[in-house]
Design a protein around this ligand. Structure first.
Ligand code: G1P
Length: 276
């Protein structure tokens, strides 16, 4: 059983400056909900109610969002506005949140290692909130992945095929199909953000992982890789060499809300879905 979900949320969000100068990128809203709330809802839907967030300087709005706001609640109590807080109130009441700060930005692998103190020695999920996933009322991507984990009991990465000229934006995997369906691969190689000419395939990792806790020891010994940062992709390659990583081609749709185009696409999609 996976009971904890880690949210690396310390990054600067430079692609959204100046919006992210004083506001965490995870708090940018798609319609009326911040990105990280979509992530927490997805985790909860997968049966996970312990949220562990790796934050950094300037990220306190995340903690405040998942807390009671007495003054605001007092102000709108009994008015027509009160129901607007129902959803977040209900969410908070079903989860616990714990936080730790990443002091230096040394990459996603380092952020995940920073979360070890909140996770301990058990398998856990990771959600990168700027990848917003949705599956039209069917099982969420993380829920699908927990089922894959139950079957294989090793680390799981979610993948999707991307145009070959975009491999340099993602961790890219190569693998062998493990059953008759075309959605589960035993990973044989993985490379962080390869140039298209060096990419083993066009199967890109998106921001959903289930990791076994031996990843922490591996991360401690992982040298900085692409961009001089400690990469989760490099650490996972060590597990993959022992046949212990499964890539899962998820059902549903992912919006890259770390980019302006993806963010606008997500906004339009959820607007149509909610109001049309
Ligand atoms: C990170 C990972 C990358 C993965 C991507 C998914 O990159 O390093 O392997 O494909 O998330 O969104 P980032 O987007 O943080 O640069």
């Amino acid at each position: 059983m996976i009971t904890k979900c880690l949210f690396p949320a310390a990054g600067y969000g430079t692609r959204f400056l100046p919006a992210t100068k004083a506001t965490p990128k995870e708090m940018l809203p798609v319609l009326t909900k911040p990105l990280i709330q979509y992530g927490v809802e997805e985790a909860l839907e997968a049966g996970i109610n312990t949220m562990a967030v790796v934050t950094g300087r300037g990220k306190r709005a995340i903690e405040d969002h998942f807390d009671i706001s007495y003054e605001l609640e007092h102000q709108i109590k009994g008015t027509s506005k009160e129901p607007l807080l129902d959803e977040i109130r209900s969410l908070i009441s079903q989860c616990t949140f714990s936080y730790t700060r990443q002091l230096q930005m040394k990459g996603l692998g380092h952020a995940i290692l920073t979360g070890e103190t909140l996770i301990g020695n058990e398998p856990f999920a990771v959600i990168l909130a700027d990848d917003l996933c949705e599956n039209n009322g069917n099982d969420s991507v993380l829920k699908q992945m927990t089922e894959v984990y139950e079957k294989y009991q090793c680390s799981i990465v979610a993948i999707e095929e991307v145009p070959m000229d975009q491999t340099n934006k993602y961790g890219v995997i190569a693998g062998k199909l493990v059953d008759n369906t075309d959605d589960t691969y035993r990973v044989t190689n993985m490379v962080e953000k390869p140039d298209p000419k060096d990419a083993p395939t066009n199967m890109a990792i998106i921001g959903r992982y289930i990791l076994t806790p031996d990843i922490f020891d591996i991360l401690r010994n992982t040298e900085p890789g692409k961009g001089g940062e400690i990469q989760i992709t490099d650490a996972l390659l060590e597990q993959a060499k022992q046949g212990k990583v499964i890539a899962y081609k998820f059902k549903g749709r992912r919006f890259d809300c770390g980019s302006v185009e993806g963010f606008v696409e997500a906004t339009n999609y959820f607007y149509e879905k909610t109001f049309q």
